[in-house]
Design a protein around this ligand. Structure first.
Ligand SMILES: NC(=O)c1ccc[n+]([C@@H]2O[C@H](COP(=O)([O-])OP(=O)(O)OC[C@H]3O[C@@H](n4cnc5c(N)ncnc54)[C@H](OP(=O)(O)O)[C@@H]3O)[C@@H](O)[C@H]2O)c1
Length: 293
């Protein structure tokens, strides 16, 4: 084979393998199912940012499956109402932890150790690292994003995932049953856009962190770690942008993620978001190519 043939052979092989594994991941994401009782009957699921949006979707989905719930959010009234509702509807136990995550970067060790301290006697089997600031930098160039906004994005999107994984992963590795961690990234983490830069970059960090932790975590470990990259989910945070195409609701988002946990490592979850990701990646590649040529 001459140099040129070898070059095209390697490119072709590379692309074929990439497409094959991407397609396999999509098929597995769509066809996956998960027996949640394997995580331990009567165990606890900890959800950050649980009183609204996607976090509320996870809370309801898991409570319905019989998990006891550790709610971590900032509004005591909302926490109380949700706890009463969950106990009445599903007969489960609920532990409420009131925390404002916008304060977590000031003294992260104290902030996150306090959450752990309040849960140390509970058998925590699932950690849903959901809290995050959403796309409030949309339509702004990087220089236009205010310092407070930027600080809030970095604080909410980076600190909780890193510190809570650091605290709970070793604890989960001690359990005899399976455990699971779901870290919320976003479809935008993979797209090179000229808007929403701090959001996309922080969600890219969440993805990189999660897939690296998956690689480090022993293959034989009983802790399933999932990087979830949803597209638009109908929550207060994104409703103001009135997205209509390929939107799903909070419950569809949580249910599809729970099916994928333990079956794939990175997913957009719902089939609509898998499609959104494919369209977005191709469009982003094309736009960026044209921009340079
Ligand atoms: N929605 C989407 O389309 C979408 C797409 C991709 C990824 N995501 C990611 O999914 C996650 C959840 O998004 P979402 O749209 O569901 O968010 P959301 O609607 O803004 O709500 C999130 C929850 O977080 C709580 N919360 C907000 N700020 C807090 C703070 N400083 N301290 C404690 N709790 C706080 C809220 O409490 P209150 O009720 O008290 O406000 C609420 O319970 C984020 O990581 C986001 O980046 C979302």
């Amino acid at each position: 084979m001459c140099m040129l043939e070898t070059f095209f052979f390697i490119i072709g092989l590379n692309s074929t393998l990439y497409l094959f594994f991407s397609a396999l991941n999509i098929v597995k994401s769509i066809l996956s199912s998960n027996n949640l009782s394997a995580y331990g009957k009567g165990s606890w699921a900890l959800i950050t940012g649980c009183t609204d949006g996607i976090g509320e979707g996870f809370t309801e989905t898991l409570a319905k499956q019989g998990f006891n719930i550790i709610q971590v959010s900032r509004n005591p009234e909302k926490l109380k109402n949700q706890a009463q509702d969950l106990k009445a509807k599903y007969g489960i136990k609920v532990k409420s932890i009131c925390k404002d995550f916008s304060q977590c970067s000031k003294d992260p060790v104290t902030f996150f150790n306090d959450i752990f301290f309040q849960t140390k006697d509970l058998d925590v089997s699932l950690l849903i690292n959901n809290i995050g600031a959403t796309s409030n930098t949309i339509k702004k160039s990087f220089a236009e994003v205010g310092i407070d906004n930027l600080t809030n994005l970095i604080t909410l999107n980076l600190f909780p995932i890193v510190f809570l994984t650091r605290i709970y992963l070793p604890e989960m590795n001690k359990r005899t049953h399976k455990s699971g961690i779901i870290n919320l990234s976003s479809v935008l983490a993979d797209l090179r856009l000229k808007f929403n830069i701090p959001y996309g970059a922080s969600k890219n960090f969440d993805k990189y962190f999660t897939i690296s932790i998956q690689a480090e975590n022993d293959r034989k470990s009983k802790v399933d770690i999932l990087c979830l990259q949803p597209g638009y989910v109908d929550t207060v945070a994104v409703r103001k942008y009135k997205p209509t195409i390929l939107v799903i609701n909070r419950f569809e988002c949580a249910e599809s993620a729970m099916k994928c946990l333990g079956n794939v490592q990175v997913t957009n979850g719902h089939p609509k978001h898998l499609l959104m990701s494919i369209i977005g990646k191709i469009a982003s590649l094309g736009i960026n190519y044209l921009r340079k040529n």
